[in-house]
Design a protein around this ligand. Structure first.
Ligand SMILES: Cc1ncc(COP(=O)(O)O)c(C=O)c1O
Length: 426
């Protein structure tokens, strides 16, 4: 968001002057022209190429991207989808709107899905694993993919917070059967709102496209009447949004190196405090570096340090913790019947799925003693009130890191000397 500038302005003006705001090139009084390959098509191609997959469908949000991916993959009534309890609510609500049942699983010290708990939560109803790459870092994809393959499950990547991150040399989103990105205002690159589904599977692409555009074939080519595979909706992206996203995409390498330099310096400066540990990264080289997450020895210490720094522990940060999602815990669906919890063919676990505060004790304990330090993405929902932004350079990093060191050092010193320097993150 901080990097919206002249390039975006020029590209938006180009669209406005051309008069084609719709992805199919319709201009006032004209018919849909499927041959029109405007900026939405161009940004789809650019993201697919960046991810190293064949297909991308641009949609109007990350939430729509998740729902489109789930429906494109045919996840629906009677299916269970395993999803972490630490995530943005859209990972869970999209499953509910696909009329499947979210099964909440623990996160581990990666702050992403714990493969051991995923295994424990598999039932004959399980259809997919929805791996979320929280705060710019990939989940343990090798382990999760092995579990998915072993059990014949779909692996879907919620890479909404991780566009630009990679796992063992491959961009996130490209490793599962489908990946979903968000380009909302809190993300590395943005079009205000926006999202993208990526996949390497042509059939999945065709289904995703149909779902996001009233059942039509990609680019509305061919005779449609009589050939639409199912009822779709409208989650289309516009030429104006694509005009913002294209220049943003070109800025990604610059954004990445800025974030990585700032994070490396911050981390170096606060490393070695007694008892302070870092989030574990399954692939440190692929880190997007939007956030530096620290783990303190106890909840009490973490709360005191966070309070003094004017921020909160991750557990209290709000939106991203299952225990703060009352609408999920209480299954507040849009009608009193509580579909899909009661209306789908779901009969597993001896009755209706239940959620409650405290159901994921490992996740609760970890989040209660952790603090997110913002490096480039300021998202109040993630609790990153303390840290630096994209506008800041190494000078601000030095200043904020010194402050962290002073506050945390005072609280930690002498308490856990044996744990000094035991950081997990490289
Ligand atoms: C992990 C995760 N999934 C999904 C979404 C949904 O994206 P959007 O806000 O673009 O709908 C977000 C957005 O913040 C997110 O962080």
């Amino acid at each position: 968001m901080e990097l919206i500038g002249e390039e975006e302005i020029q590209e938006v003006l180009e669209v406005l002057r051309g008069g084609y705001l719709f992805r199919y090139g319709i201009s006032l009084g004209a018919d849909v022209d499927p041959r029109f390959k405007g900026k939405v098509y161009e940004v789809e191609r650019a993201v697919a190429d960046y991810c190293g997959v064949r297909y991308a469908v641009a949609v109007n949000s990350g939430t729509s991207a998740l729902l489109t991916a789930l429906c494109g993959l045919g996840v629906g009534p009677g299916d269970e989808v395993i999803v972490p309890g630490y995530t943005f609510i859209a990972s869970i609500s999209s499953i509910i709107y696909a009329r499947a049942i979210p099964v909440l699983a623990e996160v581990d010290r990666t702050f992403n899905l714990d493969p051991a708990d995923v295994r424990a939560k598999i039932t004959p109803r399980t259809r997919a694993i929805l791996a979320v790459h929280m705060m710019g870092n990939p989940a343990r994809l090798a382990e999760l993919k092995a579990i998915a393959d072993e059990h014949g499950l779909l692996l879907i990547e919620d890479a909404a917070q991780a566009f630009g991150a990679s796992y063992k040399g491959r961009p996130v989103g490209s490793i599962g059967h489908a990946g979903a990105f968000s380009f909302n205002v809190y993300k590395t690159i943005t079009s205000g709102d926006g999202g993208m589904v990526v996949t390497d599977d042509e059939n999945v692409y065709r289904r995703c496209f149909a779902f996001h555009d009233q059942g039509h074939s990609p680019l509305r080519t061919g005779v449609e009447i009589g050939r639409r595979p199912f009822v779709g909706l409208d989650f289309r992206f516009t030429e104006l949004q694509a005009a913002v996203l294209l220049p943003q995409l070109r800025k990604l390498p610059r954004i990445l190196s800025h974030l990585r330099a700032n994070k490396a310096r911050f981390k170096e400066r606060i490393a070695g405090l007694p008892g302070l540990e870092f989030r574990e990264l399954p692939d440190p080289d692929g880190d997007l570096a939007t956030m530096l997450t620290v783990i303190l020895p106890t909840e009490e210490l973490a709360r005191r340090i966070a309070g003094e720094l004017g921020t909160k522990v991750v557990a209290d940060a709000g939106w991203h913790v299952y225990s703060n999602m009352e609408q999920i815990l209480e299954q507040r669906t849009i009608t009193p019947e509580q579909c899909p919890f009661t209306c789908s063919p779901y009969t597993g676990r001896g009755g209706q799925m239940r959620y409650w505060k405290g159901m994921l004790p490992q996740t609760d304990a970890l989040l209660a003693r952790s603090i997110n330090i913002g490096i480039g993405v300021s998202d109040p929902g993630l609790g990153s009130a303390f840290g630096v932004t994209m506008r800041d350079g190494l000078e601000e990093v030095e200043e904020r890191a010194a402050r962290f060191r002073e506050v945390a050092g005072r609280h930690l010193t002498g308490r856990h000397p044996a744990a000094a320097g035991r950081g997990a993150e490289r």
